[in-house]
Design a protein around this ligand. Structure first.
Ligand code: GLC
Length: 566
């Protein structure tokens, strides 16, 4: 790759860490995580070896959806701190070589934003056309339950919201609104942020309102007729002139349509987050209703996305985020094989082609929390879902059983720093209870244990960085039909890396697969048949056969290999 392109695409070889500020670290004892709390813990991220921090929304907000309802895009929510705290954090990150990516919630604002308060008060408001109004609602449904239209008494008409009524959709058709949004982006870019994660980017452009709602709710709202005009305008107005990275959250966008968003030739976004594997354990008609998942589907989805974007864009890779239950509870093991499974999924995330995004807490193998009663939940989706469930006559425990499979609260319990009360997250009363397993699973304990999940992540990140084939290499599945083993080769020029993952509780004989390779990293000592949740990454090349160590050392990156590949 020419040097210039490599510098421009710095985010391709980067590893991202996602912070949910409310639950990361509370510095002032009010029970809510904050910017100073993040600043206190930056060395954790440096030690892990990540390059970029994606910070979920910290803007002024009534917090109906934990900050995804913004009432002032240029201010910090008091619960998270002040603008001075933000500037201090940004400076501290720069000093450590960490780049900051902010979350932009531009599909909708809060109903408490000055624009909306004015717009709902009078049809003559200068901000009236920042939102979407109709005399009659249609039959479209909202993602958080109920209809997508809410009656507005003062003006005698209805406004549109894809999410909660407190999150009115912005009218992207209006060029004045778009100019305002570009200015907000410039405001944060001047503060030194390196890029943006764009919340539900695929929903910005709305389909004609006489269209009956059909199919899955995400695919229905995605890909409106003008979405690509808007993104091209954003690119030429802001992203390109300021050299910013962009990643769009793209529910409802298929692998087939993805290049329309991320093909560099089109000048839109750098990456999108697709939802195909996020929805793997959900029913197609209802994202909040669980369904069984199969490894075969996960392999197929990840492979399909690699193929779709090979040479036509760049993937973003994630297995967890603030909207999904913990990855180990979904895909792995929370019992006997918990640590092995956590390391296996670290290996998967960090050896596929694309930019990996690690969600806070996954680096220590956090799992779902118990949530024994509705009153312990905090998420608007859980609270709304319970209202619907009650209307359907469902019992609380029955509803909570679903919540343990799809609930967003699980990802939002406090990050477990140590074995002190509340896992060292806060000296006060946390806004959501800590997972009681913090006494065993926490950052302090794992830093002290060289064989921990944390140290495995650290080594795996280092290995990826030292191995261009793991960043840029082609992806080829091996034994694609195998129901338990996920194996693939990443190849760059004559460099071949083989990844073998046993996503099962069984011991599996894989014959000669990888036998001649150099072990680069693994989560068990020795070779032979694959043990439960065993992960192996091997260098497969004739010319380095002589440095192959007969038995791999646990969790170790082969030093001979690290030297050779530079
Ligand atoms: C995105 C966010 C989610 C939020 C929703 C509405 O999906 O990730 O947390 O609730 O958008 O803004």
């Amino acid at each position: 790759m020419p040097i210039e392109a490599a510098a421009r695409d710095w985010w391709k070889s980067a590893v991202v860490y996602q912070i949910y500020p409310r639950s990361f670290r509370d510095s002032d004892g009010d029970g809510i995580g904050d910017l100073r709390g993040i600043a206190e813990k930056l060395d954790h991220l440096v030690e892990l070896g990540v390059d970029i921090v994606w910070l979920c929304p910290v803007y002024a907000s009534p917090q109906v959806d934990n900050g995804y309802d913004v009432s002032d895009y240029r201010a910090i929510a008091p619960a998270f701190g002040t603008m001075a705290d933000f500037d201090d954090l940004a400076r501290a990150m720069r000093a450590r070589g960490l780049r900051l990516v902010m979350d932009l919630v531009f599909n909708h604002s809060s109903d408490q934003h000055d624009w909306f308060r004015s717009a709902r008060a009078s049809k003559d408001s200068p901000w009236r056309d920042y939102y979407i109004w109709r005399d009659q609602p249609n039959d479209w449904r909202a993602v958080f339950g109920g209809g997508a239209w809410t009656w507005n008494e003062p003006t005698g008409d209805w406004y549109f919201h894809i999410f909660a009524p407190e999150q009115p959709d912005l009218n992207w058709e209006n060029p004045r609104l778009r100019a305002e949004l570009w200015d907000i982006m410039r405001f944060w870019a001047e503060k030194g942020v390196a890029g943006f994660r764009l919340d539900v980017v695929s929903f910005f452009s709305k389909k004609p309102f006489d269209l009956p709602q059909a199919g899955g709710i995400f695919s229905f709202y995605a890909n409106g007729p003008r979405i690509h005009d808007y993104l091209q305008e954003m690119r030429s107005e802001v992203l390109d002139p300021l050299g910013l990275m962009s990643v769009g959250e793209a529910p409802g966008v298929s692998a087939e349509d993805a290049p329309l968003y991320v093909d560099p030739a089109r000048g839109e976004l750098d990456m999108i987050f697709h939802f195909d594997h996020a929805g793997i354990d959900r029913t197609p008609e209802d994202f909040w209703k669980p369904a069984p998942w199969r490894l075969a589907d996960l392999k197929e989805i990840l492979g399909r996305w690699d193929t779709a974007l090979a040479g036509r864009g760049w993937n973003s890779l994630y297995l967890g985020n603030h909207d999904l239950p913990r990855l180990l509870s979904r895909f792995g093991d929370t019992g006997e094989h918990r640590a092995a499974a956590a390391k296996l999924f670290a290996t998967l995330l960090l050896t596929l082609r694309g930019t990996p995004y690690i969600y806070q807490g996954d680096e220590i193998g956090m799992v779902n929390a118990p949530f024994a009663a509705i009153e312990d939940t905090r998420d608007i989706v859980a609270r709304n879902g319970w209202l619907t469930a009650q209307a359907e006559g469902r019992a609380e425990q029955d509803f909570l059983a679903d919540h343990s499979l799809v609930g967003r609260d699980h990802a939002r319990t406090p990050l477990q720093w140590d074995a002190s009360p509340n896992g060292g997250f806060t000296a006060g009363e946390p806004w959501i209870a800590a997972n009681p397993d913090f006494a065993l699973t926490n950052v302090a304990a794992q830093r002290a244990d060289p064989d921990s999940v944390f140290h495995y992540y650290r080594r795996m990140i280092a290995l990826r960085k030292a191995t261009p084939a793991l960043v840029h290499g082609d992806y080829t599945p091996v034994d694609a039909g195998n129901a338990d083993v996920f194996a693939y080769v990443r190849a760059l020029d004559d460099r071949l890396v083989l990844v073998i993952l046993n996503i099962s509780r069984e011991t599996i004989d894989i014959g000669d697969l990888g036998r001649d390779g150099t072990m680069l990293i693994g989560n068990y000592a020795g070779r032979g048949a694959l043990r439960p949740y065993e992960a192996r990454v091997l260098r497969m090349a004739e010319h380095i056969a002589e440095v192959a160590s007969p038995a791999c050392s646990i969790n170790e990156v082969d030093p001979a290999y690290m030297g050779l590949d530079r």
